[in-house]
Write a protein that binds this ligand. Structure first.
Ligand code: FES
Length: 208
């Protein structure tokens, strides 16, 4: 027997399904767009180090292009002072001439990356990067770059002096014998980033 009810309902059902399918498509598209938007925010945020991330050790880039020969630049990294000294040829020439007065001239007992375990304790002898923290009890040593300073004696070669308990370090941060500081000043990880820039907190790539 002919079913008139089915014949009447058939087109209407198709219309409803098509409309429902379009609605679902729009809803899915919107949901997808919102999802991408929410996913994008944390992704972008991860590229911008927060103050907290910096305090925990995010690398710090320094412009050294205007640092004069013989001058020192100070910045902070991981809450500690980092110094960059641009050594003159005369300063570099003193390195290696007073090893017999130093406690650890080859930096065997001291902390520095492998690429800074050399006479200059540096990637490039011209630039000395070091933590400005005395290895005795953590005071801040002072720069005393001029040789023969009255306070430090005629044989003073230039370097760093910690007034807290009298520790002395040469122009590569190497500690003198007979002072309270046990080891050389620490050299942090760093790398050169093109001309005139240093990044503290990132290791120098090995060069063959
Ligand atoms: S903290 Fe520098 S000598 Fe004691």
């Amino acid at each position: 027997m002919r079913n008139y009810a089915n014949e009447r309902n058939a087109p209407m059902s198709t219309e409803v399904d098509r409309g429902r399918r379009q609605l679902l498509t729009v809803a899915t598209t919107l949901t997808g767009a919102v999802g991408v938007a929410f996913a994008a925010v944390p992704f972008l945020a991860s590229w911008k180090p927060s103050a907290r991330a910096k305090a925990l050790g995010a690398p710090v880039e320094i412009d050294i292009s205007k640092l004069e020969p013989g001058a020192m630049l100070k910045i902070e990294w991981r809450g500690k002072p980092v110094w960059v000294v641009r050594r003159t040829p005369a300063m570099i020439a003193t390195l290696g001439t007073i090893d017999n007065r130093l406690a650890d001239p080859a930096s065997e007992q001291s902390k520095q990356p492998d690429y800074a375990k050399n006479a200059a304790r540096a990637v490039k002898p011209e630039y000395f990067v070091v933590l400005g923290v005395c290895t005795h009890l953590g005071c801040a040593p002072m720069s005393r770059f001029d040789p023969g300073e009255a306070e430090l004696g005629a044989d003073w070669p230039g370097g760093f002096y910690c007034p807290c308990h009298g520790s002395k370090f040469d122009l590569a941060g190497r500690v003198f014998r007979g002072v309270p500081a046990p080891t050389n000043l620490e050299v942090p990880p760093y790398t050169f980033a093109g001309t005139g820039r240093i990044v503290i907190g990132v290791d120098q790539e090995r060069v063959a």
